[in-house]
Ligand binder design. Sequence first.
Ligand code: SF4
Length: 315
Amino acid sequence: MDSNLIEVKNLKKYYNSRIGPVKAVDNVNLEIKKGETFGIVGESGCGKTTLMKSILQLIKPTSGEIIFEEIDICQIDKKELRRLRKIMGFVSQDPHASLNPRMTVFDTLSRPLKIHKITRSKEDTIIKIVTLLKEMGLQTEHLIRFPHELSGGQKQRIGIARALAVHPEIIFLDEPTSALDVSVQTKILKLLEKAKKDFDLTYFYISHNINLIKVISDRIGVMYLGKIVEIGRTDIIYNNPKHPYTKGLFKSIPNPDPDKKIEKIYLKGEVPSPVNTPTGCNFRRRCDHASKICEEEEPELKKLDDGREVACHLY
Ligand code: SF4
């Protein structure tokens, strides 16, 4: 897990608005290492979905580079982009909306196989799809079903099967279990874990669920107002968070043990608008440690001795 699969450099995605640019992703730098699960965590609206869609080229970044196979994929043409769609899979948050209501499971799964010329004959396609269904814990009888005839968990299994069908190297997962019941969530997570091992995959996983990201990720990036404020190995950051925002975010996790008192939400104030971000550190109005320098200078990510990086003037 040492070589970089994807490098994101100075990535920005700004949207125009009447009152100024909305800085949804603001100068993000990160690496996704081959074979790892990299998690992005942060409150709603912190920019994690925009970051994921920018890396996937589902939306065009304002500036910056995304290096994959030594090429900046922000600059590739349509033909190369089609190849990229095969290598970079995507599973969305809403399993229902991600499936075409007029397509059966067979049609949904055979489409990417045809587009990317994975199978050579109808027989090949059927064998491939039946195998995929089995791997997802579904039966051949599901082949003729339409999305409205499937449960939420079954729909998400089809979404994952569709992503796996074209042999991707990496799958981007946008809170894939958030719309599901807790018991189904566990099954889908186990399925994803097995698929990662079986198909030698890399995952980029975004979620606001800190407990979940903690369990599944090898490394995490903590995002606040479009920026990464802390990034590194999950165990190191969880055992000893350094950035005041990370500390507040982790302290706000409800304790899963029902006998223990739920900890009080620690983060004070509201997330500022991404249009009028404060000068200096954009967390300063919510931070108990803010000083003069935090108002004047934007903190840059600094590497600490344990290998993590933190963007805070305290370090
Ligand atoms: Fe708080 Fe200053 Fe660190 Fe920002 S740079 S998190 S305001 S101490």
